[in-house]
Design a binder for this molecule. Structure first.
Ligand code: G3H
Ligand code: 13P
Ligand code: ZN
Length: 316
């Protein structure tokens, strides 16, 4: 059942964080839905601009619809990840999305406010909610690369001003994470001090943490042992998800970790079976392994076993 992102945030706030997982194809969708049903967790499906272009946005929507039929007990929202203005309008118009993210964080504060406000007005007119971003994460998003020295943590006072001026429904804050598999060189910890200041100024307001993959060491070691070259890959300590959730983080974005599971499964499979060329046997292993991975993240996020209570609070 597709619900609004606002309904998920209302149930989660201060108690747990909803996992927001990017998908691009049918195998990821199957693993995601199965993992969330196995762990009885609500979730957010994230669709990036790149994912919309990978096959075709209609293909991805059809996959999600089919997954919803295959797993009728699943409760989830569908969200545009890192949208530009044009893509936000396309998603708002489509009627398929629960919420959109407008990411104008690379613009000046005033320009970010102006762009975000236009998207908020268009989205609210159609009943969708809007995530915006303030501050800049390091790392690589589809076509924007932020060098380490240019990443900036979110300024809490600006965050309050930004939310007041734009009316956005949730805010992605930069609190030390970055996109991709190489997140930390020194201190491997979130800036809880900044998060606490933001929550104090915006009590009850849903915050979002991008770049939250944990880049599990055993996953990276297995990839490297099977021919990969990922030295020094390191991610967020997943034990920090729940403390962040208690400070208002209601959505935790995880994409890279899923790619690592895919990479490990396929590297090991073809290393061990060099004569094979059928994609279905490793595809099946991937779906199983991804489902297990998703369920394990939902436990760490505190979203596992929340479905029954959420369903009750939704009156379903
Ligand atoms: O933050 C970006 C997400 O990981 C999506 O990645 O744009 O390559 O699909 P993508
Ligand atoms: P990771 O690269 O840490 O998985 O972050 C994903 C993300 O923030 C998607 O918006
Ligand atoms: Zn992101």
């Amino acid at each position: 059942m597709i619900v609004t992102t606002a309904q998920l945030f209302k149930h989660a706030y201060g108690k747990y964080a909803v996992g927001a997982y990017n998908i691009n194809n049918a195998e990821q969708a199957m693993g995601l839905f199965r993992g969330c049903i196995d762990s009885q967790a609500p979730f957010i499906i994230q669709i990036s601009k790149g994912a919309r272009k990978y096959t075709d946005k209609r293909m991805l929507e059809a996959i999600i619809r089919a997954a919803g039929d295959i797993f009728p007990d699943a409760i989830y929202a569908v969200h545009l990840d890192h949208g530009d203005e044009e893509t936000c309008y396309d998603c708002i118009k489509s009627g398929f999305y629960s919420s959109v993210m407008i990411d104008a964080s690379h613009e000046s504060f005033d320009k970010n406010v102006a762009i975000t406000k236009r998207v908020v007005d268009a989205a609210h007119a159609k009943g969708l909610s809007v995530e915006a971003e303030l501050g800049m994460l390091g790392g690589v998003e589809e076509d924007i690369k932020v060098e380490d020295g240019h990443a900036t943590l979110t300024n809490p006072t600006e965050a309050l001003d930004f939310v007041k001026k734009t009316g956005c429904d949730s805010l992605a804050c930069a609190i030390g994470t970055s996109h991709g598999a190489y997140k930390f060189k020194g201190r491997q910890s979130l800036h809880f001090d900044v998060l606490k200041q933001i929550q104090t100024l915006l009590p009850g307001y849903p915050l979002v943490m991008h770049g939250s993959s944990s880049v599990p060491k055993d996953e990276v070691d297995r990839i490297n042992a099977a021919g990969g070259k990922m030295p020094n890959a390191v991610g967020v300590d997943p034990k920090e998800y729940l403390p962040a959730a208690k400070l208002g983080v209601t959505k935790v974005n995880i994409d890279t970790d899923g790619r690592l599971v895919w990479c490990r499964v396929h590297r090991e499979f073809f290393r061990d079976k060099p004569g094979d060329f059928d994609f279905r046997p490793p595809g099946k292993i991937f779906m199983d392994e991804y489902a297990k991975f998703i369920a394990s993240r939902n436990v760490l996020l505190g979203s596992a076993n929340q479905l029954a209570d959420l369903r009750k609070s939704l009156g379903k």
